[in-house]
Ligand binder design. Sequence first.
Ligand code: GTP
Ligand code: MG
Length: 233
Amino acid sequence: MKLKRALVLLTFNEIEALEKLFDKIPRNAADEFFAVDGGSQDGTVEYLESKDVKVLGQPRRGRGCAFSVALDVTDAEVLCYYSPDGNEDPADITKLFEKLEAGGYDLVVASRMMKGAHNEEDEQAIPLRKWVNQAFTLMANLVWNRGPYVTDTINGFRAVRADSLRRCECRVDGFVIEYLMSIRMMKLGLRIGEIPTYESPRLGGQSTAHSWPTGVEFTKQFLKEVLMGRQVT
Ligand SMILES: Nc1nc2c(ncn2[C@@H]2O[C@H](COP(=O)(O)OP(=O)(O)OP(=O)(O)O)[C@@H](O)[C@H]2O)c(=O)[nH]1
Ligand SMILES: [Mg+2]
């Protein structure tokens, strides 16, 4: 069944990568196409508007806040979140929508960890960030998952059913949003699927996901979720 689709770009000072990537984004794969911007000062907003993309602002900084802005504004039945910094392959956008619809999933994640996938750190001798990611993923699976093992609970490149995401009540502003969404979907017994993806290096600009503060944010959220048990509010 064909669902109404929204493709959402998440941007914060991404002009360098965006200019290189924009023409590869399959905007026609969705019925709605818009961006949520965290307050870019580098021309990202002006560039998007010159391409006829509607750009929404956010009341507070943070990816989590941007996810909520998109969810609150759309009447689409499925959203695909895409971050145009070079890490994510735009060709996977259509695959995410298709897998979600064909498989009847609530959430489909572009996994950097499953067989056939590639992680940005795979060539490194000590892929520390990958291992930390896998540890958080293992903990979420062990505590809450009753379905098939989810290999990448953290990647932000994903398609999700809007009504399922609303049930998850994920009201956090920061980088923990995707991990929280995956955990809450598991808690509610919703269906999570994955496709393998190839994670490339950034195409310019700078990451704002600093490892230590992000790790602390993840640990605190995990513990909070444990204390809440199977509840989501
Ligand atoms: N809308 C919005 N997007 C944001 C915000 N912060 C970061 N982003 C975007 O989210 C995406 C991921 O952020 P990054 O800082 O690249 O984090 P990361 O992908 O974990 O780090 P790298 O692997 O080094 O790229 C990028 O497209 C950013 O532009 C924000 O506050 N609002
Ligand atoms: Mg990135």
